[in-house]
Design a protein around this ligand. Structure first.
Ligand code: DGL
Length: 272
C-alpha cells in the first residue's frame, strides 16, 4: 500500500462533507475520494441488514480506487456496520463514533452527555456504550432526530427559519431539561444545523461535531501505519454520487465554498 494513495470517505449523502471540510484543513495534502450514496439516502431509517449491505457496496467502490484508508463519515454506518467494516476491509478504517466520544468524555464537566442521531444510530446505542466503556459513571441521554436529516437535505437549516426552530425545540427539549452540558452531533448531517441547535441549547452546552475529531483521528491512524503522504502539494478531492450530481454540486459548492459544477461523477453503486 502506497502512502500516495487516496483516503476514501463515504456517507449516505452529503452529510459526510462536514468531515471532508475538516479533512481539507487537517490533511490538505492528502487526496480524498468521496462517495455520497445520494440515490439511497437516508440510511438512518433502514434496517441493520440493509445498512450493512449498502456499506459493503460503498466501501467496495472506494477500494476499487486503491484507497489507503476508509472513513465512514456517517453516524449510522459507523454505529451499525463499523465492527464489520473494521474486520473485513483490509485497510485502516475509522468511523465517527470513537473520535467523537473521546472528545465528549474529555470536555463534559457535569458528567451529563446528550447524543442525537438517526433512529438506527440511537437504536444501536453505539455512542452510549462507547462512553460507558470509557467512564461508566457518566449519564448519557439519547434522542433520535430523523427530521433533522430531511431539513438538511432540503436546505431548511437557517437559525431564523421557523420550521427549523420548531423541530429543534421539539427534539431537544428533553435533553435540555436533563441539563446536559455536552451534546454529541452523532450524525454528519447535523453540523449543518449547528447554529439553530446552539441557539436552542445555549452557550453553556458544548456541541461536539464528528468531522473535526474524525479528521484528527484519521491523521493519527495514518501516522501509526506510516501512510501519511509526503507530498507538499494541496490536493483537490474527487466526488462521486449514486444519483444525478446537480443537487449535490450546488449544496456541496455552497458548503465547501468552491464552484463544484461538473466536478461530481455519477456511478452505479449496485455494481459493487
Ligand atoms: N449521514 C447520516 C448519519 O450520519 C444521516 C443521513 C441518513 O440517515 O442516511 O447518520
Amino acid at each position: 500500500m502506497s502512502s500516495q494513495n487516496a483516503i476514501g470517505v463515504f456517507d449516505s449523502g452529503l452529510g459526510g462533507l462536514t468531515a471532508v471540510k475538516e479533512f481539507l484543513h487537517v490533511l490538505p495534502n492528502e487526496k480524498i475520494v468521496y462517495f455520497g450514496d445520494t440515490g439511497r439516502v437516508p440510511y438512518g431509517t433502514k434496517s441493520r441488514d440493509t445498512i450493512k449491505k449498502y456499506s459493503l457496496q460503498d466501501t467496495g467502490f472506494l477500494l476499487s480506487h486503491n484507497v489507503k484508508m476508509i472513513v465512514a463519515a456517517c453516524g449510522t454506518v459507523s454505529s451499525v456496520a463499523g465492527a464489520m467494516l473494521e474486520e473485513t476491509l483490509g485497510v485502516p478504517y475509522t468511523g465517527v463514533v470513537n473520535p467523537t466520544v473521546f472528545t465528549a468524555v474529555r470536555v463534559t464537566k457535569n458528567g451529563k452527555i446528550g447524543v442525537i442521531g438517526t433512529p438506527a444510530t440511537v437504536g444501536s446505542h453505539s455512542y452510549r456504550d462507547r462512553i460507558h466503556k470509557l467512564n461508566p459513571r457518566l449519564e448519557v441521554y439519547e434522542k433520535a432526530c430523523p427530521l433533522f436529516v430531511s431539513l438538511v437535505e432540503n436546505g431548511v437549516i437557517h437559525r431564523d427559519d421557523q420550521i427549523t426552530r420548531l423541530v429543534v425545540r421539539r427534539y431537544l427539549a428533553e435533553l435540555k431539561d436533563k441539563g446536559v452540558d455536552t451534546l454529541i452531533l452523532g450524525c454528519t448531517h447535523f453540523p449543518l444545523l449547528r447554529d439553530a441547535i446552539g441557539d436552542y441549547m445555549g452557550e453553556d452546552v458544548t456541541l461536539i461535531d464528528s468531522g473535526y475529531e474524525t479528521a484528527v483521528y484519521a491523521a493519527k491512524v495514518l501516522r501509526e501505519h506510516d501512510l501519511l503522504t509526503d507530498s507538499v502539494e494541496p490536493k483537490q478531492p474527487e466526488f462521486f454520487v449514486s444519483d444525478t450530481p446537480e443537487g449535490f454540486e450546488s449544496v456541496a459548492g455552497l458548503f465547501l465554498g468552491r464552484d463544484m459544477e461538473h466536478s461530481v461523477t455519477q456511478i452505479d453503486i449496485e455494481q459493487y
